[in-house]
Design a protein around this ligand. Structure first.
Ligand code: FPP
Ligand code: MG
Length: 348
């Protein structure tokens, strides 16, 4: 389970901020796995195109619009950290499984969220229809399952099966709590963030350690690292929903709020008796007008909800940084540390 969210609340910065470089598309440049990652997506996409029969066009569309590739990057970096051969086909399978599960869940998520755009492009249920979105998401989950079988490691199967379960649970928890001010609590939010996001980060980091039959200490360290990084990632994602432009987000900003999803910034406002009732009044109108959205942003600013949310993410990143202490210095460790620093600074 996730750690106590505010146990490290006074810490103001990452222990040792690492410099990080960005690629032209603002994704993180990771020197130690750069050559592996360069071909990763096109290889996976080609493989899927061969296997997807009548879904070829949809699957190619999905994979031509890639994300940041953080999950496969984490698998390769953690494998490298443990001294595994990065050409090992089973390590590639793990990275592909992580990316496939992530991508499939987003196709379904966009349908559930009624989202019109993902990364600036039309979503599958709109470009095609809901049935296509369901079946193509299912197809990608099935491809992940086939690859899981190919890994031939029962512990790894259990990890990723657990992730699939967590994803569904996280999504349902979120749907059930829409527009519910009473359920907007930090502990609930962190648990949901674990289910939705950090569980897969954890698996992406831990699976290479399981595969390599590492010591409990190292498995535990990578497990905690993935969890803390994943929770911080979701917190900053939720923050960007308010602070980034719609253009940068590739979807309308403040979408979580208008969908009644009350994340960390709202939780902090509700904790502040000076602002909670004003927010409650605005929530009655379900944030339908531009004016109400402007007022919410103003209240969030005044209540320092964005700063508090940023600090919350930093607390988790501090822990993630610490989780890497048990590993000796290496280019992989340096890149994992850079990823920790990147998550708090990222603009999209
Ligand atoms: C994005 O969240 C969504 C997720 C992280 C997980 C979604 C999971 C499911 C739809 C369940 C998966 C189904 C199976 C069968 C395992 P978000 O909506 O906050 O982010 P966004 O703004 O990028 O859409
Ligand atoms: Mg969504």
């Amino acid at each position: 389970m996730p750690n106590n969210p505010e146990s490290n609340h006074n810490s103001s910065s990452l222990r040792s901020p690492n410099e990080f470089k960005l690629n032209d598309d603002s994704t993180l440049a990771l020197a130690s796995v750069e050559s592996i990652l360069q071909n990763f997506n096109s290889n996976l996409s080609k493989q899927l195109a061969q296997r997807s029969g009548p879904l070829k066009e949809v699957v190619s569309y999905i994979f031509s619009r890639t994300g940041k590739g953080l999950r496969p990057a984490l698998t390769f970096l953690c494998a490298g950290l443990l001294g595994l051969d990065l050409q090992n086909p089973r390590v590639h399978l793990l990275a592909q499984i992580a990316e496939l599960i992530h991508t499939a869940s987003l196709v379904h998520d966009d349908l559930l969220d009624n989202a019109s755009n993902r990364r600036g492009n039309e979503t599958i249920h709109l470009k095609w229809n809901a049935k296509v979105a369901i079946i193509s998401g299912d197809f990608l989950f099935a491809q992940a399952s086939l690859k899981l079988g190919e890994v031939e490691n029962n512990e790894v199967v259990k990890i990723f099966a657990g992730v699939l379960s967590d994803l569904c649970i996280g999504e349902v928890k979120q749907a059930n709590n829409r527009f519910d001010l009473k359920s907007a609590e930090l502990e609930t939010y962190i648990k949901k963030s674990y289910d939705k996001t950090a569980s897969l980060f954890e698996a992406a980091c831990k699976a290479p350690a399981m595969l390599n039959q590492e010591s409990q200490e190292k498995i535990q360290a990578l497990s905690e690292f993935g969890k803390n990084l994943g929770i911080a990632f979701q917190i900053t994602d939720d923050l960007l929903d308010y602070t980034a432009s719609s253009q940068d987000l590739g979807k309308p900003s403040m979408g979580d709020l208008t969908n009644g999803i009350f994340n960390a910034p709202v939780i902090y406002v509700l904790q502040d008796s000076n602002y909670a009732s004003a927010f409650g009044e605005l929530a009655k109108g379900r944030f339908k007008s531009k004016e109400d959205l402007g007022s919410v942003k103003e209240i969030l600013n005044q209540a320092q909800a964005f700063d508090k949310t940023q600090q919350l993410a930093k607390n988790y990143l501090d822990k993630a940084y610490e989780n890497l202490q048990v590993f000796p210095d290496s280019p992989f460790k340096k890149d994992l540390q850079a990823m920790v620093a990147y998550i708090i600074e990222r603009k999209l």
